[in-house]
Design a protein around this ligand. Structure first.
Ligand code: ASP
Length: 613
């Protein structure tokens, strides 16, 4: 027996017992003739006391940090207790020990607050994983996976593996490809998700499928994305949207309960995509706080400029007297920030700089302070009188002490900017509370989005998502070709809504799915809408179209971003913290030094010749 207990196990009640522990040396503290060692394993830390006799032995075989040690002794009460440690009431008075392995000096301290930078820790990730802070994340990941699996198992889902070496099929992102030695000149692709396989499993009759599965997407890595990531991937047959929403609301609530002890009793709020975009400027709003967006450029938004006593003008034009940018702006939007009217000139200047950063790229920021005493102060006082400011404040639902922030510009960019500004202000005001969790379903997405690059429709979710039943006819009866690029919004396809849904948690999309197309005709129509010829559709998706001819049941599903879900539940911004061996922002594994070149012989076997640009 290597050890009788773990380093996190012993308590005062064990005093007097003879025990053997094994683990890593965290610290060595020598006090004259005695030495204290903190021994660490996965379960915790226990203090070992080496008395006078053993000290000589220790002098001959000095212990360093991260040495692997096995030690036997008697549990005794500590005189100097440590309330921060589960084992802090006791120590082990060691009678014999053995160094099981030595360690080089670790490149950073293996402690919660380490001195190691990101790159160094990733290079020595196996040491980083010894740190308690990282270990807690890995354990949480397992707890989330276990809770999801238990729930799905109870609901009669079965876990079915699907292949990793598949055919390259467009699903939105770029595929990673793998050359086939046995089939010269041909390539497999790694799945962006098991989407088509899970649909085929429905055709096969496995009406409740799930998999905690790796997905691969060769995307430009935006912040906090990984080229390989994990999904909880699910599919069900004989269901409509309502069934899916209920089933997976249940799963998330179960995870909250099991992993965080949270009873999320209330039904998950539902919001249409239109409302999300209109009120929050994003399809994944953080609804832990209000601060909804007010659209100031509607025909019925009326204000007057000082020098005009005539009929009120739309605000864009009214403000246009002050700022040309607002007059010409496609969109003018505002948020009323509670409790921020005291912002100093310096602070508002700093906010104006914030919106000019390249990530936001707005030209400037206008503001109105609604002072507690009912007076106003704005960045355009010269042009607006108190009554006009009052009307503006009322229109923005801004109460006393609010700071109204206004942005104007091109529609998409401005909405995105005000949405970012809303989050930033909430962050500054402490409204995005780490321990608070708010779920949201976003529904009724548009089925298509316009690709300006190719002047055609793209699937907003993926090509297997079905239109709302009442919109199927629009799809069947209209030609998808966009004659006039400028007026693509007037094309009937722009109105088609999808049977698709996203689950949002604290402003992050944690899951998304849809009710699928299951008839060959509609699926073919979809491929055609995306600009695929009949031949191309058969070449790429013939297997699926074929399967739809053999009694495909109505079906739908969802996939959750497992890494992201773990990160949010663990209170972290970064999914990397929850992946044992993650890649860096450039998609590299700095520990393995991958990707890397392969040698000539391998290339030869694969019939590949490189022409690196
Ligand atoms: N396969 C989809 C995705 O990865 C999820 C789904 O529709 O179930 O986004």
């Amino acid at each position: 027996m290597y050890r009788s207990h773990t380093c996190g196990q012993l308590r005062l009640k064990d005093a007097g017992d003879k025990v053997t522990l094994a683990g890593w040396v965290q610290t060595v503290r020598k006090f004259g003739a005695i030495t204290f060692i903190d021994l660490r394993d996965r379960y915790g830390i226990t203090q070992l006391l080496f008395g006078e006799e053993l000290n000589q032995e220790l002098d001959q075989n000095p212990l360093g940090r991260e040495f692997v040690l096995r030690a036997t002794g008697i549990v005794q009460e500590r005189s100097n207790k440590n309330a921060n440690l589960a084992t802090g009431d006791i120590e082990i008075n060691i009678s014999s020990f053995k160094i099981l392995n030595k360690s080089a000096v670790p490149p950073f301290t293996i402690q919660d607050e380490t001195d190691g930078g990101d790159d160094l820790r990733m290079r020595y990730r196996y040491l980083d994983l010894r740190r308690n802070a990282v270990k807690k994340n890995i354990e949480l990941r397992y707890a989330v996976s276990r809770a999801a699996r238990n729930y799905l198992h109870q609901q009669e889902f079965i876990d079915i593996e699907t292949p990793f070496l598949i055919k390259s099929t467009p699903e939105g992102a770029r595929d990673f490809v793998v050359p086939s030695r046995m089939n010269p000149g041909q390539f497999y692709a790694l799945p962006q998700s098991p989407q088509t396989f899970k649909q085929l499993l429905m055709v096969s009759g496995y009406d409740r499928y799930y998999q905690v599965v790796k997905c691969f997407r060769d995307e430009d890595l935006r912040a906090d994305r990984q080229p390989e990531f994990t999904q909880i991937d699910c599919e069900m047959s004989f269901v409509g949207q309502e069934d899916i929403l209920n089933m997976f609301e249940g799963m998330i609530k179960h995870i909250f309960k099991e992993v965080k002890g949270i009873d999320y009793a209330e039904p998950v709020e539902r919001m249409s995509w239109d409302d999300a975009m209109w009120n929050y400027g994003t399809d994944k709003p953080d609804t832990r706080f209000g601060m909804k967006i007010t659209n100031l450029k509607t025909p019925y938004t009326v204000f007057e400029t000082k020098d005009s006593s005539k009929k009120a003008l739309p605000l864009g034009e009214g403000l246009g007297g002050a700022f040309g940018v607002f007059k010409n702006a496609e969109t003018v939007v505002a948020i009323a920030v509670p409790g921020a009217a005291e912002y100093s000139r310096k602070q508002t200047d700093e906010l104006a700089e914030w919106v000019k950063r390249p990530q936001i790229a707005m030209g400037g920021l206008a503001f109105v302070k609604v002072n507690a005493d009912g007076t106003f102060k704005s960045s355009f006082d010269k042009f607006f009188n108190a009554d006009q400011l009052k009307a503006l404040a009322a229109f923005c639902n801004a109460g006393p002490d609010n700071l109204i922030l206004i942005l104007g510009g091109a529609e998409e960019k401005t909405r995105k900017a005000i949405s970012e500004l809303r989050l930033e202000m909430a962050e500054r005001l402490g409204l995005r509370k780490p321990g608070e969790f708010k779920l949201l379903w976003v529904l009724d997405f548009p089925l298509f989005e316009y690709s300006a690059e190719e002047n055609r429709w793209d699937a907003r979710h993926h090509p297997f998502t079905s239109p709302k039943p009442q919109h199927v006819d629009i799809m069947i009866n209209n030609n998808p070709v966009i004659e006039n690029a400028e007026k693509y919004l007037e094309h009937p396809y722009a109105d088609i809504k999808a049977n698709a849904y996203d689950m949002v948690l604290n402003g992050n999309e944690i899951g998304g799915g849809s009710i699928r197309i299951y008839q060959r005709e509609l699926q073919e129509k979809m491929f055609a809408a995306l600009g695929m010829s009949k031949e191309e559709a058969i070449h790429k998706f013939g297997f699926l179209l074929g399967a739809f001819e053999f009694g495909a049941p109505p079906h739908g599903g969802i996939a959750f971003g497992f890494d992201r879900l773990c990160a949010i539940l663990g209170g972290s911004e970064s999914i990397r913290d929850f992946i044992a061996f993650p890649k860096n922002n450039a998609g590299r594994d700095v520990m393995l030094d991958a990707p890397s070149a392969i040698d000539e012989k391998q290339l030869d076997e694969l019939n590949l010749k490189l022409d690196v640009k």
